[in-house]
Design a protein around this ligand. Structure first.
Ligand code: ARG
Ligand code: ZN
Length: 851
């Protein structure tokens, strides 16, 4: 990882590799300190490459080369820290090498490493080069045959099993793949098994591999997998293509999960669930990530990316697909609301600061730093816009063409857009700007009404982002509906296609001036800037037929009420309280929707809004205003809360489905408010009687939010001390809810807790990530929050650069705050940048943020 002069890689420099690979054979002799990897690779000059057969270079890092042969002849290549070079024959040849690696010493969790005594791999994006010498780039695709030798009961790799015996197993993956999809797992594991019969009648053996003792917490993940397989057949016509599909849960994992062909590897928190240990949010995440990784089999694996600049080709599309899936499994509108809330919290935040980058970047230093909300979530929004613009039928035809045309290939965004152009005859050159230009467009709206004609005037503004001062107008699909003053819809959802910087759209023959519902379903990832009255927002909150926009109207009301409290010291707006109370207690509405409506905009989101409006956010005032708003809301709802809590309390057997989860979410929201009225009495009772983790966390959060809950924290620790994933919640909750003046001290104390194994990424995130998530605590005026996080980033960076770099994004918002806070934050970024031996990962992040 350490590199004196990290190189910037440019999209414009792309060159195909000078050889193709016919087949790869790998043999692993696994030992913790000294694993041997033998490779046999058949290379042939690539006729499609300008550099065909010239300048043979293989990536390789942290490898000890034992021997190398070409066509059986021992050779001595020139070895550097990043790879090797040697002279090769002008025609096809056989490359053989033996290297030694040390999985037990691999703390970066990239390449082949060990987690709790088991061997596992993470190769995306560039981890395969830490396993053996290879052209480690996604456009080099090959079939792999793998032999594993180890004194362990379970030996897994990609594809179908070829054979196994005592201490060995062989696997063959018939589908050509890039090295980043390679995987190997070896350990003492047990399987939770099932099977799936595909639409053409092939039986696929399914297994989820976990550590002994965890097998009874795999049922939900398995059920999610089976539903994903069926859904991809029904909705996208995509069938699974191997005899076997394996998922392995590992405890030490940098990200969420990985789509290795036929052998997905997951962070155990995204597999293991039981009602006692997992919350409803955990269940929903498991369902969506299991689906996501499975869906990659077609969008990512069968068709992959030509280079890492095209990462959104597989990630944006696969996120879009998993969002569709979860929407179909649950409530589509509720899922959309949650996705948009996440997009704003993560991606809009990224776009607003120094880390803003295009969905298809033009350069990078460390590709692992580009697994971002922009690539994933904004990438998915672009797919959604395309679908809205071309319509469902053409979207389906374009996808069929994409799968057909690019099967077995490594493709680009140009290839992706071309299938849409070919199917629809449209020119998507202007639409393509969404991929190349960073930043969140601002969409201003004005209206005129004259002689029965209603006109909406839109103006778009595309703010500058680092390295991109000037932007062109985007193609923005604006879904609009019109309501008349008595609440009836007079114009149903219509998609306006905005292509200019300023554009007007007319609606004729209306009897009365309508109330517009704009950007229904959040049809484009833009900030809508519309000056409107709270009366109109309250009207939409009550009457809009589009559930997303009903929520949005409530959100807008809440935001303006809270901003007025922060900026002008105003009292909580009665109109907002009135509207929200009506909705919260409306038994006709979906409880999940009501729970979402009761969730106040977060402190970071309010800071983002203030900064957007040209103000300097004060974290303490934001925190106080939000607390005061909750108190006022609680008082407003007081008469109805006990009955609401009672009505939402589970009676029957536990179900993880969306309906039951929605009721628990509403109950938790009500309990949170009730705690402000009864000093936590109801929450204390709720904690004591909780029979599932959602209720337990809900009640505990309600107590912590009012400064209570110490006894409950102790009881929780006593009960769950042996379960690391549950203890992550224990760490996180108390830090997230700590008073701002206590957050850094409490975090420091907890880092000394025996259960805080800081080398485990989940644990690190649950403690340090929660400090970053405590807005007023992290941005404390004396800089204590910044200092503590920087201490830990510097501590973890030498061991695990990816986790350090990822967590460092807590600093990306420093430019929003006052000069004093900015000074403290910059000092910490400077301190990080001055550290010797800083990883390429953290160095790139800190210097981009420092500016
Ligand atoms: N392709 C994986 C997913 O989206 C993410 C893996 C990224 N890992 C990494 N170290 N960059 O499911
Ligand atoms: Zn993915």
């Amino acid at each position: 990882m350490q590199d004196a002069a990290p190189q910037t890689i440019y999209l414009a420099d792309y060159q195909p590799f000078g050889w193709t690979i016919d087949s790869v054979e790998l043999t692993f002799r696994l030992f913790p300190e000294a694993t041997r990897v033998l490779s046999r690779i058949r290379f042939a000059p690539n006729p499609k490459a300008p550099s065909s057969g010239k300048d043979f270079f293989l990536h390789g890092e942290l490898l000890r080369l034992i021997s190398a042969r070409i066509d059986g002849q021992e050779i001595t290549p020139v070895v550097t820290p990043t790879g090797l070079r040697c002279a090769v024959p002008s025609g096809p040849f056989l490359w053989e090498a033996e290297v030694e690696i040390a999985p037990a010493a691999n703390t970066a969790l990239e390449g082949l490493y060990m987690s709790n005594g088991m061997y596992c791999t993470q190769c995306e994006a560039e981890g395969f080069r830490k396993i053996t010498y290879y052209p480690d780039r996604p456009d080099v695709m090959a079939t792999f045959k793998v032999r594993i030798e180890a004194d362990l009961p379970v030996l897994l790799s990609n594809g179908n099993p070829l054979g196994q015996g005592a201490g060995w197993a062989e696997w063959q993956d018939p589908w050509p793949k890039p090295a980043y999809l390679f995987a190997l797992v070896a350990g003492d594991l047990v399987a939770h098994r099932d099977s799936f019969t595909t639409q053409s009648g092939r039986k696929v053996d399914l297994a989820i591999w976990v550590r002994p003792g965890d097998e009874d917490r795999c049922a939900y993940a398995m059920d999610s997998l089976i539903r994903s397989m069926r859904w991809d057949e029904e909705v996208y016509g995509r069938e699974y293509d191997l005899d076997i599909f394996n998922i392995v849960a590992v405890d030490d994992f940098n990200m969420g999960a990985m789509e290795n062909k036929g052998l997905n590897i997951f962070n155990s928190k995204l597999v293991l669930a039981s009602p006692e240990t997992a919350t409803d949010d955990d269940y929903a995440r498991i369902e969506s990530v299991i689906a996501h990784e499975y869906f990659h089999n077609w969008t990512g694996n069968r068709t992959t990316c030509r280079d890492w600049f095209q990462l959104c080709l597989k990630e944006g599309l696969t996120v879009f697909r998993d969002q569709q899936f979860s929407g179909d499994m649950r409530s589509g509108a509720v899922k959309r609301i949650e996705d948009v809330a996440l997009l704003r919290a993560r991606q809009f935040r990224e776009d607003q600061g120094p880390l803003a980058h295009p969905v298809r970047p033009e350069s990078f230093v460390e590709i692992n730093n580009f697994y971002t909300a922009t690539i994933y979530e904004k990438g998915a929004e672009i797919i959604g816009m395309l679908k809205t613009l071309v319509g469902d039928a053409d979207y389906a035809r374009a996808l069929d063409l994409y799968f057909d045309r690019h099967d077995g290939e490594a493709a680009t965004i140009e290839d992706w857009l071309r299938v849409f152009e070919d199917v629809t005859g449209r020119d998507l050159a202007a639409f393509k700007r969404w991929y190349g230009q960073a930043g969140t467009p601002r969409l201003k709206v004005a209206e005129t009404w004259e002689d029965g004609t209603y006109t909406l005037h839109f103006e778009q503004e595309n703010p500058a982002t680092p390295g991109q001062p000037h932007k062109d107008a985007k193609v923005i699909p604006i879904a609009v509906g019109l309501l008349n003053p008595n609440g009836d819809e007079v114009v149903g959802t219509t998609v306006l296609e905005m292509t200019q910087a300023a554009q007007s759209f007319r609606f004729e023959g209306l009897a009365t001036k309508p109330i517009p519902s704009i950007l229904r379903g959040f049809s484009a990832p833009v900030v809508l800037q519309r000056t409107t009255t709270s009366a109109e927002q309250a009207f939409l909150l009550a009457h809009d037929t589009d559930l997303f926009n009903r929520w949005e109207a409530g959100r807008a009301l809440a935001k303006s009420a809270l901003l007025a409290m922060v900026q002008e010291g105003a009292a909580p707006a009665p109109q907002w309280l009135e509207a929200l109370a009506g909705l919260a207690l409306d038994p006709e509405l979906d409880p999940a929707f009501r729970a979402l409506a009761l969730r106040l905009p977060g402190e970071d989101e309010l800071a983002q809004a203030l900064y957007d409006a040209g103000a300097t956010p004060d974290p303490d005032r934001i925190q106080a205003a939000r607390r005061e708003a909750s108190q006022a809301l609680a008082a407003k709802l007081a008469p109805g809360l006990p009955a609401l809590i009672a009505a939402m309390s589970e009676t029957g057997a536990f179900s993880a489905d969306a309906k039951a989860a929605g009721r628990r979410a509403l109950k938790a929201a009500a309990l949170m408010l009730q705690a402000r009225l009864d000093a936590g009495q109801a929450a204390t009772a709720g904690f004591a009687s909780a029979s599932n983790m959602t209720d337990q966390v809900g009640a505990l959060s309600a107590l912590l939010a009012i400064g209570e809950g110490q006894a409950e924290l102790q009881a929780f620790e006593k009960r769950w001390g042996g379960n690391a994933l549950v203890m992550d919640k224990w760490f996180a909750l108390q830090i997230l809810h700590a008073a701002p003046e206590r957050a850094a001290e409490l975090t420091a104390e907890l880092t000394a807790h025996p259960a805080f194994d800081w080398k485990n990424p989940n644990r690190f995130r649950s403690v340090l990530g929660s400090l970053a998530g405590n807005h007023a605590g992290f941005h404390r005026a004396d800089g204590a929050g910044y200092r503590l996080l920087a201490d830990w980033l510097l501590k973890i960076d030498p061991l695990n650069p990816q986790t350090a770099a990822r967590m460092s994004t807590a600093f990306e918002t420093w430019g929003r705050y006052d000069a004093n806070r900015q000074g403290h934050a910059k000092a910490q970024l400077d301190r990080i940048l001055a550290a010797t031996g800083l990883s390429r990962d953290l160095k790139e992040m800190a210097s981009r943020m420092r500016g």
